[in-house]
Design a protein around this ligand. Structure first.
Ligand SMILES: Nc1nc2c(ncn2[C@@H]2O[C@H](COP(=O)(O)OP(=O)(O)OP(=O)(O)O)[C@@H](O)[C@H]2O)c(=O)[nH]1
Ligand SMILES: [Zn+2]
Length: 189
């Protein structure tokens, strides 16, 4: 069940439109507060979710080598300006004791963490730490590349600039060759 107060968002959006000098009663804007409320309900649906819960079920498979799911698209909202930042997440881990996650759960974890007011660094570390805690793998390496609308459509105005963040846990913290293996797979088309 959603915790989002749709009526409150509608009121707030009406106030913002009014405050920027719009006529809230003109035809094109009549349903806008309702639409924005529904949109926020979707975009902030991760609030209150525990991203670790996607890993509460594990499979047992005798694979203690690299697993990489790359190019997972995500959309999030910059917590400073409430405008989108979006890009791709790449998640690598090396299972231990046969504890592997369903592949889709990696993407579900990213989506849950992204759908709340966020920082790119925090998405990266939260995903890595959730996997570390729940799967206790040999290591996790998460790389996220994103474009921040707050740096492209306003402020600095540098369209095309990309921010890359990475978090290494476990074996990836010390093993350069393992990190480089992941990076070369990420770069492969
Ligand atoms: N570290 C980090 N910073 C972010 C992220 N998203 C946006 N920011 C930055 O957050 C900062 C907020 O800076 P402030 O000086 O408080 O806000 P501002 O005056 O609107 O900043 P400008 O964007 O420089 O105009 C800006 O430098 C943004 O680029 C993120 O995911 N991680
Ligand atoms: Zn921002």
């Amino acid at each position: 069940m959603s915790n989002v107060d749709l009526m409150k968002i509608q009121e707030a959006i009406k106030m913002i439109l009014d405050a920027v000098g719009e006529d809230v009663n003109r035809e094109g804007l009549l349903d806008t507060p309702k639409r924005v409320a529904k949109m926020y309900e979707e975009m902030f649906s991760g609030i209150g979710q525990d991203p670790k819960e996607f890993f509460s079920t594990v499979f047992h498979e005798d694979h203690e080598e690299l697993v990489l799911v790359k190019d997972i698209p995500f959309y999030s909202m910059c917590e400073h300006h409430l405008v989108p930042f979006y890009g791709k997440a790449h998640i690598a881990y090396i299972p231990r004791d046969g504890r592997v996650a369903g592949l889709s759960k990696l993407g579900r974890c990213v989506e849950s963490v992204a759908r709340r007011p966020q920082l790119q660094e925090r998405i990266t570390s939260t995903v890595a730490d959730s996997i570390m805690e729940m799967l206790t793998p040999h290591g996790v390496y998460v790389v996220i590349e994103a474009e921040h609308m707050c740096m492209t459509m306003r402020g600095l105005k540098k369209p095309g600039s990309k921010t890359v963040t990475s978090v290494a846990r476990g074996i990836f913290e010390t093993d350069d060759a393992k990190r480089n293996e992941v990076i070369s797979f990420i770069q492969m088309s």
